[in-house]
Design a protein around this ligand. Structure first.
Ligand code: PMV
Length: 337
């Protein structure tokens, strides 16, 4: 009986956007400027347990066995406050989250982290939410987490601002996308495992506020999404890859034109991008995408993944290379109660 629930454990996987989320129209509700589309990975799940503690005076949050502090703690507590308000409960919570991304892999864990937290916290508080409502809720933790509720490919709707704030919130959630037979892999080239130079929140804000390229990219990204969905449905792998690459490069162009510029791409990033072009010249369909960091994710067919991984390893010998396929959506583990 979820109504008298007290604890729950959930697992979620990271996702990588092929049509990027970049720019918010509401920072508090985390409403994006643009629709985005992603693939959930089969690597590096986050497992999160939430237990209500009627005695506790404050939330206790541990991430990989260590107490969370500062901004990380603040974001989790703010998220729990939201869940408590919805459930009409006041008890503090004990949250333990285990993230399997190797330390310094240069992959963000906020998407899998807040997706797992949304599912576990909702169940522990006795909230009976469907996948759409859980996606909306996860969005409030980290925008990209809205997409990790779903396995395979998911589209996150920006929604519209025609009504109240509550209506705007209702319109912005992710859902699964129909995909033809493309059998995709993502070869992840970790060229620099160091921490981010500029957090994505600050970088997004600066881009929207100062980049003359932001609006044109946002408009063209809408076209990219429509074309991407058609190509996915048709199983047209080359078109999917071309759109993903141009959408990501366009997003980075908006940042380069911000004042001052936000530049995540490093020399090693460009070396890998050159290698991806060579692969295409050799007849291997491979397409690059980059997020708020220098690492490159190369979309290719699973049958070509070993060859692509080898080429990328050669191009960035100081880094490490991982191969991911499509992974599952977020789910509650049995035994929660
Ligand atoms: O969810 P956030 O705030 O970490 O933003 C992620 C933004 C990108 O990773 C750069 C793009 C995306 O759509 O995931």
């Amino acid at each position: 009986d979820r109504g008298s629930a007290g604890w729950a454990t959930a697992v979620a996987h990271p996702n990588i956007a092929l049509i990027k989320y970049w720019g918010k129209r509401d920072e508090h509700l985390i409403l994006p400027r643009v629709d985005s589309l992603s693939m959930t990975l089969d690597l590096f799940p986050t497992t999160t347990r939430v237990r209500l503690d009627h005695e506790a005076g404050h939330d206790e949050v541990t991430l990989n066995g260590r107490p969370a502090k500062g901004e990380k703690l603040r974001r989790v507590v703010a998220f729990l406050d939201l869940v408590r308000k919805r459930a009409g409960l006041t008890s503090k919570a004990v949250v333990a989250s285990e993230n399997t991304v190797p330390t310094g892999a240069g992959l963000a864990s906020s998407a899998s982290g807040f997706a797992a937290l949304a599912v576990a916290a909702a169940a522990a508080h006795g909230l009976d939410l469907d996948a759409t409502a859980l996606s909306r809720l996860a969005r409030r933790g980290s925008g990209s987490a809205a997409r990790s509720l779903f396995g395979g490919f998911a589209v996150w709707h920006a929604g519209t601002d025609s009504g109240t704030a509550e209506q705007a919130d209702l319109g912005s959630y992710a859902e699964p996308v129909a995909v033809g037979d493309i059998d995709p892999a993502l070869v992840i080239a970790v060229v620099d495992a160091g921490p981010k130079t500029t957090p994505s929140r600050a970088a997004m804000r600066r881009t929207v506020e100062t980049s003359p390229l932001y609006e044109p990219w946002a408009v063209s990204s809408g076209d990219d999404l429509a074309q991407m969905r058609a190509a996915l449905r048709a199983g047209d792998f080359e078109t999917v890859g071309e759109i993903a690459e141009r959408n990501a490069l366009g997003m980075h162009a908006t940042m380069l034109a911000a004042r001052p510029a936000v530049r995540y791409l490093s020399p090693a990033t460009l070396t890998v991008l050159d290698r991806v072009l060579l692969l295409r010249e050799d007849g291997v369909p491979a397409y690059a995408t980059m997020d708020a960091g220098p690492n490159v994710k190369v979309l290719c067919r699973r049958a070509d993944a070993d060859r692509v991984a080898e080429a990328v390893r050669e191009a960035a010998p100081a880094g490490s290379v991982l191969v991911a396929s499509q992974g599952p959506g977020a789910r509650l583990l049995p035994g929660s109660g």
